[in-house]
Design a protein around this ligand. Structure first.
Ligand code: ATP
Length: 390
């Protein structure tokens, strides 16, 4: 068992504002008392006992730490230190000040396809590096792609959240049901042995979403893209989707669409998109893992690395409709907060239930950050770090 530092983290670091929250804890700004240097602290709640349903297994945190310790790359969030107490583990990580890539793009007045490709290139460089180290991320999505400093002339991409990452060991099979429905590969849904190719599928989905949103599509016109989100089977909210090429009206339908490879380049969205860009996506959204482009291959694909002037010119001609991207991103954020509110509602109900049941359920109350989905839908099964990985 890995031993983390047992010092009280607050003796060494001043704890500041909350930067974000995940399923198992919060990320906060921290300042090292000795040097004044700024870092981020990821506070992860641990399971209290073998029977506890809430919090993280210590071995799951050890896995995340071991993987982060082994990765040193400009495009991957760095880990500095790890502290533990009885109830939580605190990861001291590189402070990433620039926010999410998609928010940065949405703030810009204009962006060329070439600039967008520059960001894709950095994502691919980070992914190629981790795959060379036999690490798969398994949760690549826009929320986990951040920027070092949005005011820098050329901000660095930083890939975050290695909570679902896995290091492959030769000869050992790995299966997992974890991930976020819109971004997961068919082999995850089918519970087949996995490889790093699953990340490449997610890169295909992210690229599709980026180009879809940038392509000047008129969301208001697309009634067929309306997705119904049902909250607790009672209230129904309607919103426009545009989130994933496989987006269904429910998570179950999204998963079915992925397995059936049910996606297309809507002419209305993609008429301005270069064939090179479409070819890039098509070579990633491939059902057979062994046929999917690797990160290495992506980096030499002509869309990323044009071979001649004609290819460069084709890239530069594609302009980006920022108005639509802003609208798309606002909707994506809205959907994320909708999901968070829905998770909080579930948590509040759990707390009430727990109060009614008495002190033996106390741990439920104490773990304020846990929003684990207890539903039986496939999407809930796929949410986070499940014990079904082998
Ligand atoms: P999830 O349950 O969504 O997988 P998690 O508990 O593993 O999340 P992270 O995704 O790592 O937590 O972080 C949660 C949020 O905190 C991120 O979405 C991001 O907004 C913010 N965040 C994470 N790491 C950093 C960092 N190094 N610097 C600044 N903000 C960060």
């Amino acid at each position: 068992m890995a031993v983390f530092k047992l010092d009280n983290v607050e003796d060494l670091y001043e704890i500041g504002n909350v930067l974000g929250s995940g399923h198992f804890g919060q990320v906060r700004e921290v300042r090292e008392r000795a040097t004044g240097a700024q870092w981020a602290g990821k506070f992860l709640k641990l399971k209290r006992g073998a029977g506890s349903r809430l919090g993280l297994e210590r071995k799951s945190v050890e896995k995340e730490v071991e993987i982060l310790q082994s990765l040193q790359h400009q495009n991957i969030m760095a880990l500095k230190d790890v502290f533990e107490s009885r109830a939580e583990v605190v990861l001291i990580i590189e402070l990433i000040k620039g926010g999410e890539l998609f928010d940065f793009i949405a703030e810009k007045e204009n962006l060329t396809e070439t600039e967008a490709i520059e960001f894709m290139k950095q994502i691919l460089e980070g992914v190629r590096y981790m795959h060379q180290k036999n690490v798969g991320h398994f949760d690549l999505k826009p929320e986990n792609i951040m920027l070092s400093d949005k005011h820098a002339p050329k901000p660095d991409i930083k890939i975050i959240d290695f909570g679902m990452a896995h290091r492959f060991i030769q000869g050992e099979e790995y299966k997992s049901l974890g991930g976020t429905p819109q971004y997961i590969a068919p082999e995850i849904i089918n519970y087949e042995p996995l490889g790093t190719a699953a990340d490449m599928w997610s890169i295909g989905v992210i690229t599709y979403i980026l180009l879809d949103a940038l392509a000047g599509c008129q969301f208001e016109d697309m009634q067929q893209e309306r997705a119904q989100l049902t909250l607790e089977g009672k209230e129904t909210y309607t919103l426009l989707s545009g989130l994933s090429p496989f987006q269904g009206e429910t998570d179950e339908e999204t998963l079915r669409n992925i397995v059936a490879m049910n996606y297309e380049f809507e002419p209305h969205h993609f008429s301005q998109t270069s064939n090179m860009a479409k070819d890039f996506i098509q070579k990633l959204l491939v059902k057979d893992q062994s046929e999917r482009m690797t990160a290495e291959e992506c980096l030499i694909h002509p869309w990323i690395m044009p071979l001649n002037r004609t290819q460069i010119a084709k890239r530069n001609r594609s302009s980006i409709n920022m108005k639509n991207f802003k609208r798309f991103n606002a909707r994506r954020k809205w959907k994320m907060s909708f999901n968070m509110v829905s998770a909080c509602n579930r948590f509040c109900r759990l707390q009430l239930l727990c109060k009614a049941r008495g002190p033996e359920q106390q741990e439920l109350r104490d773990c304020e950050s846990d929003q684990e989905d207890t539903g039986t839908k496939p999407a809930s099964l796929l949410r986070r770090r499940l014990s079904s990985s082998s």
